[in-house]
Structure formats: structure tokens, C-alpha cells
Design a protein around this ligand. Structure first.
Ligand SMILES: NC(=O)c1ccc[n+]([C@@H]2O[C@H](COP(=O)([O-])OP(=O)(O)OC[C@H]3O[C@@H](n4cnc5c(N)ncnc54)[C@H](OP(=O)(O)O)[C@@H]3O)[C@@H](O)[C@H]2O)c1
Length: 334
């Protein structure tokens, strides 16, 4: 697969794999065999960019994802890039499916977290380490300072911020150059396009999370879709509600048509669209199914012209669509 450079020199496959769904937010966690089949296929297809986080797990096994990834990808460690995240925990006392997040960007928390992540991921360094959410109680300069120390110690090679805006990015970058921003980005959530000039100016890459709008953009979900397993966030996502599915009917029909005209699938057109926007955008779609993994990774081969991207953009401006999941509520009480 073709590769892309994030920041100055982090080379990753043009499409990465979001590993969260194997442990968190999309139903029953994977067992080792299931994860092995998927991850080995990803490696075989040339995917070299794997995204996880300290908090991707379950109430019983809060670090399930890092442990799984670490064990299975160990034999490939020298040929792949692993990104993980620190700086949040879930409020397990809360009711409901998607527990609120408690941000914690204190240097002492970050320094403790990295050692846990390295151990679980069975490696002596991470290629990319993000602060998962911005903690408004801690000046970002302190968080950036802690990341700089981890780099000096060789525990991380690059760092980034997730769900960050311009002011925070600029302040953080002054303390320690940032390699990538990981924010929500899809045809249904384009707010962060406003950041693109800033990222160009600072030479920072953009890793797009939930690039398929949690699956909706694949046009494979309709009113009959059931998300009954406990811990499946899709049951509370507005785009999958009965009214959301209805509101998106025309939109999805248009994506299907657009994909068909290119002889690709809706998932592939969604990913190819963002790949065509900037050479430093890398989507990390998540899936638990091998055939969908293949489909998503092959989107790196789908090329859209500037004219096609413009046509899609102008349609996205006017075609009606529902609200899309905007993430779990962030609490402020670490
Ligand atoms: N930084 C953050 O705060 C943050 C937040 C959320 C996610 N992330 C990262 O971003 C990654 C991706 O985000 P995401 O998983 O939330 O959303 P996503 O990639 O937009 O969508 C994942 C969903 O789409 C379905 N799907 C994927 N490919 C498909 C295909 N070709 N056809 C039909 N359905 C398909 C998957 O179902 P199946 O599994 O059944 O295929 C899954 O339900 C995560 O794994 C995680 O690493 C980061």
C-alpha cells in the first residue's frame, strides 16, 4: 500500500486500522483468535498503522485492546507503527451506554500511563502517543512538556493531540513539535476542515477517526439494523436512530450512486474522498470483519480528481443529513 508522511517523518500506510472496535463501543470484545485473523490480514495487506488507546477495553478488562494488539503484533513490531493515547478515563459510576470521559492531562498521569502502555503493547517505544482529550484544568504547555520528556527518554518517537483546536495546537507545538492531530472527520462531520491551513503551516498530519461516521457511510445499515449487545454505542448514535436512518435515505442513495459511477463501494468513496483532500490525511477506519478490512484498505487505490472532490463537497453542503455522533460527554473533575 502507498504510504504517507505525518509531520516531519512519521511514515505510515495511507489507510490505517482503528483497533478500538475489537474491544470497545461496538459490542462484545474480540477474543485472541478473532483479533489475530483480522490483524494478520491487515499486516499482510500492507497496513502499517495501528491505532489503540489505554482506555479501549471493558469494565472487566479496561486495557483489553492494548494487550490484544501488543501480543498479536509483536512479531511484526519492527515493520509497523503503533499509536496509542493517554489522558482520559471513563466515569464508570455513570449510568448508560457511553460513559462520560474524565480528561487528565497532568504530567504525572502521562508519565505513569506510558509505562503501562509500553508494557501491555510489549514494546520499548510508541511511534505516536496522543493526549486523548484536552484537559482544560492543565495548561497544554505542561502536557506538551511531559510528552517532550517522554521523547527525550526514547519512550515515544512522536506525539499528537486528539480532538484539538487551533489555539491549543499552536501552544502545544511551540513546546514540542506535534506530528499529528487525531480528530473526528467524515463526510458527515467536516468541522475540522477549518484546521487544514493551520496544519499545512505547521506541517502537522491529520489522522481521521470515525471516518465512516461509525459505519453509516457504508450504506449497509437501515432500519432493520440492530445493535443489541451491551456496550454497543451505535444504539445511542443519532445517525442510526429510526429518524436518523430516514433523514439519511437520500444522502446514502447519493453516496451509493457516486460510488457506483467509480466502480467502488460507498465505504471506499468516503475514504478516497478524504485521502484526495490532502497528502497528509490518514483515515483509520475500524472494522471487525475481514472482508470489510480488505474493502477499506483498498480505498487507498481509489483516486479522485480535484473536480470529483469539489463535486462531492458541494453536494455535502446541500444534501440533507442527520446529526452524527459527536463523542462521549467530557467531564471536568479529575
Ligand atoms: N481519538 C478518539 O477520540 C477516537 C474516537 C473514536 C474512534 N477513534 C479511533 O478511530 C477508529 C475508527 O473509528 P470508529 O470505529 O469509531 O468509526 P468508523 O471507522 O467510522 O466506523 C466503524 C464502524 O463501521 C463499520 N464498518 C467499517 N467498515 C465497513 C464496511 N466496509 N462496510 C460496512 N461497515 C463497515 C464497522 O462495523 P464492523 O466492525 O461490523 O465492520 C464499525 O461499526 C477507532 O477504531 C479508533 O481507533 C478515536
Amino acid at each position: 500500500m502507498e504510504t504517507r508522511i505525518l509531520g516531519k517523518d512519521l511514515e505510515v500506510s495511507a489507510v490505517g486500522l482503528g483497533c478500538m472496535g475489537m474491544s470497545h463501543a461496538y459490542g462484545r470484545p474480540f477474543d485472541k483468535k478473532e483479533a489475530e485473523l483480522l490483524l494478520e490480514k491487515a499486516v499482510e495487506m500492507g497496513c502499517t498503522f495501528f491505532d489503540t488507546a489505554e482506555v479501549y477495553g471493558t469494565a472487566d478488562d479496561p486495557h483489553h485492546n492494548e494487550k490484544l494488539i501488543g501480543e498479536i503484533l509483536k512479531p511484526h513490531r519492527n515493520h509497523i507503527k503503533i499509536a496509542s493515547k493517554c489522558g482520559i478515563r471513563f466515569d464508570e459510576t455513570a449510568e448508560g451506554v457511553n460513559k462520560p470521559l474524565i480528561p487528565d492531562g497532568r504530567p504525572e498521569t502521562i508519565k505513569k500511563s506510558i509505562d503501562g502502555s509500553l508494557k501491555r503493547l510489549q514494546t520499548d517505544h510508541l511511534d505516536l502517543y496522543y493526549i486523548h482529550r484536552i484537559d482544560n484544568k492543565v495548561p497544554i504547555e505542561e502536557t506538551a512538556g511531559a510528552m517532550k520528556e517522554l521523547m527525550e527518554q526514547g519512550k515515544i518517537l512522536h506525539w499528537g493531540l486528539s480532538e484539538a483546536k487551533e489555539d491549543i495546537i499552536r501552544r502545544a507545538h511551540k513546546v514540542c513539535p506535534v506530528t499529528a492531530i487525531q480528530n473526528r472527520y467524515s463526510m458527515m462531520y467536516r468541522d475540522y476542515e477549518a484546521l487544514f491551513p493551520v496544519l499545512t503551516e505547521l506541517n502537522i498530519g491529520f489522522v481521521a477517526f470515525s471516518p465512516l461516521a461509525n459505519g453509516l457511510l457504508t450504506a449497509r445499515y437501515n432500519n432493520a439494523a440492530e445493535f443489541s449487545e451491551s456496550g454497543d454505542y451505535r444504539k445511542v448514535m443519532p445517525q442510526f436512530s429510526e429518524s436518523g436512518i430516514k433523514e439519511n435515505e437520500k444522502f446514502l442513495a447519493w453516496i451509493e450512486e457516486t460510488a457506483k459511477a467509480k466502480n467502488v463501494t460507498p465505504a471506499q468513496i468516503s475514504l478516497a474522498w478524504m485521502l484526495a483532500k490532502k497528502p497528509w490525511i490518514v483515515p483509520i477506519p475500524g472494522t471487525r470483519k475481514i472482508e470489510r478490512l480488505e474493502e477499506n484498505l483498498l480505498s487507498a487505490e481509489v483516486k479522485l480528481t480535484q473536480k470529483e472532490v469539489n463535486e462531492i463537497d458541494s453536494m455535502l453542503e446541500k444534501i440533507p443529513m442527520s446529526q452524527v455522533f459527536g463523542g462521549s460527554k467530557v467531564e471536568r473533575n479529575h
